[in-house]
Unconditional design. Structure first.
Length: 474
């Protein structure tokens, strides 16, 4: 199905609105600035959904104008189901488990909804791994840095965002005196909206403005109101951007774009770069962010790897060289392949069915995690019995009951996968809340549980063991 022939029923750029709260202004921006031609509506959760013509024959028989609404998880599930189908054809067997790469800036809500989408597609998610971390694993598979640690800066400008990671490669020795490669992500930086699509949108705007300015179009509607024509412009923009990456001039010709009018003119790289000036100003910021988080300077970087489609833009590479002391920019990795192979390697390491070379990966949380334990019914306990700011893996000094307990269980200096425990005495129904605390001070609730202690406490056992206050481990 062609996006230019059927722009309303072709779902593209789903991640631009995936798990996003619905807003009329954002929906308008997606159409006018990102040229996504689908009809957006708000689902019952207040999130973005897409409405299109029904494909149910029974519904169409009853109502020829019947419409269907797809939640963003359903659209993502369709993509994952198609990927699963391709994988099964390649593997010659069933595929039931998966490792999925996600942008490092995705919040917990998006990650949970992606897990739901995978479940709809018949897949069980082994792990969600950051895109650059997967690429870093691929880069480290054949390495063994026993002499000294190596710091590599990975600059990934993909279609929708820019992610920068500072990764340290070193060697570790286990208890059996075997040496393995260790990959540690020291710092990450991101620009959530700076990607190749933004440069495409600039080209589309240039083309649309040029077409509207033609004398044959005077007094006629803005070409942006023609969905099919805009999809054609977007398709041409991709080719034009690639040509300008290798040449200083491109001759644009789009036959009969609308009303039998052909768009033909000469576009220079200079004009393109002038129109993209505001985007180029943002290229350096993720590097600074990643280096600051890693506690390093550009002089501490031993090698630079660039990946992603948008790094082919010459001006982007020139800015990177300037920001990184004119160091050589290496292109040893293909972005999509590196992430896919890195994810496959992680999946193989998680399975007992495969024997692969060990590569250790260490990642740090993007935020502190605070855990709060409180009674479900605050009126049932003494409010003076509270405790604040304790660390994990701690135990109450005596068997007194502390009904409210709050602790920063994980800090950004910890590592992902690390297990910690909270020990406490409790004898009433409780609620447990985990909250993310971001570096800027903002907070996000990650998960919340309720525990019915009445069902947990076995009175017969407590009486036999002479237990008056049950001890909990979380």
């Amino acid at each position: 199905m062609s996006t230019s022939r059927f722009p309303k029923t072709t779902f593209a750029d789903v991640t631009s609105y995936f798990a996003m709260p619905y807003s009329e202004d954002v929906a308008k921006s997606l159409k006018l600035e990102k040229f996504i031609m689908n009809d957006f509506v708000e689902d019952e959760r207040g999130l973005f959904a897409v409405q299109t013509f029904s494909i149910d024959k029974k519904e169409l028989k009853e109502d020829a104008d019947a419409m269907t609404t797809y939640m963003s998880e359903e659209l993502a599930a369709m993509i994952l189901a198609y990927g699963r189908e391709l994988a099964e054809k390649q593997a010659g067997g069933l595929v039931r488990e998966t490792v999925i790469t996600v942008p490092s800036h995705w919040n917990q809500e998006k990650r949970r909804m992606l897990n739901d989408a995978a479940e709809l597609a018949g897949l069980s998610v082994i792990q969600l791994v950051h895109e650059n971390a997967a690429a870093a694993i691929m880069y480290g598979i054949d390495r063994l840095d026993t002499e000294k640690s190596i710091n590599v800066l990975i600059y990934n400008m993909g279609g929708r965002d820019t992610e920068v990671s500072v990764v340290q490669y070193s060697a570790v020795t286990d208890a059996k005196n075997k040496t393995f490669e260790h990959v540690e992500v020291l710092g990450e930086g991101v620009d959530e909206t700076l990607g190749g699509h933004e440069f495409d949108h600039v080209v589309v705007r240039i083309l649309a403005d040029k077409f509207n300015s033609l004398k044959e179009r005077q007094g006629k509607p803005d070409i942006r109101q023609n969905d099919r024509a805009m999809k054609r412009l977007y398709k041409e923009a991709l080719n034009i951007k690639d040509i300008l990456s290798a040449n200083r001039v491109v001759n644009v010709k789009i036959p009969e774009l609308a009303d039998y009018v052909t768009l033909a003119f000469e576009l220079t790289r200079e004009t393109f770069e002038h129109e993209c000036a505001s985007l180029f100003e943002r290229v350096k910021a993720p590097i600074t962010q990643a280096l600051t988080e890693a506690g390093l300077s550009s002089g501490d970087i031993d090698q630079i790897e660039i990946l992603g489609g948008a790094i082919r833009v010459p001006k982007v590479q020139a800015i990177l060289r300037e920001a990184l002391d004119d160091q050589e920019l290496h292109v040893h990795l293909n972005g999509d392949e590196a992430m896919s192979f890195g994810s496959a390697f992680i999946a193989a390491n998680s399975s007992t069915s495969f024997k692969v070379r060990k590569v250790y990966l260490t990642q740090h949380p993007k935020y502190d995690i605070r855990v709060k334990v409180a009674p479900l019914n605050p009126e049932a306990v003494d409010p003076s019995q509270t405790s604040q700011d304790k660390n994990g893996d701690e135990e109450d000094e005596d068997d007194s009951i502390t009904y409210e307990k709050e602790t920063v269980l994980y800090k950004r200096s910890d590592y992902l996968g690390q297990k910690k425990t909270i020990h406490l005495f409790y004898d009433v129904d409780m609620k447990i809340e985990a909250t993310a605390i971001y570096p800027d001070g903002s907070e996000e609730e990650l998960v919340s549980y309720q525990l019915n202690m009445t069902k947990v406490m076995d009175k017969e056992v407590m009486k036999r063991e002479k237990i008056t206050k049950p001890k909990m481990s979380l």
